[in-house]
Design a protein. Sequence first.
Length: 136
Amino acid sequence: MPILNVSVSGQADPALSRSIATALSEAAAVHLHKDPGVTAVVIRYIAPESWFVGGDSLTGQGLKSFHLDIKVTAGTNTKVEMADYVEAVFRTMNQLHGPLHDASYIVVHEVPAAAWGFAGKTQEHRFIVSKIKTAA
């Protein structure tokens, strides 16, 4: 599981949304070893004239941008894995949505296992249950 919240400059585009969701889910699987079956992606579009970098809108700069916040369970990835993920996401987004402004941000939030989960169970609960089953 992770959840990815992506803001993209431009007008809503269902085909682009599907491409982004697919590519970012695949990158999370490859680089962060996350299960695509429980990877959620939420995409929001923001008008480029309302997205500013360095005091000028993206429209004025003739560039596009995105911002990705991804939440993963703390301690499940190394610094190298996260760095590789950030690099892969920027490269992929530049191919899908570029040319990108360099100030297109990717933030990997490491959330404590006891502080989040899905289907009503925390990640900590899932870890404990898996250890009990393994020991039995």
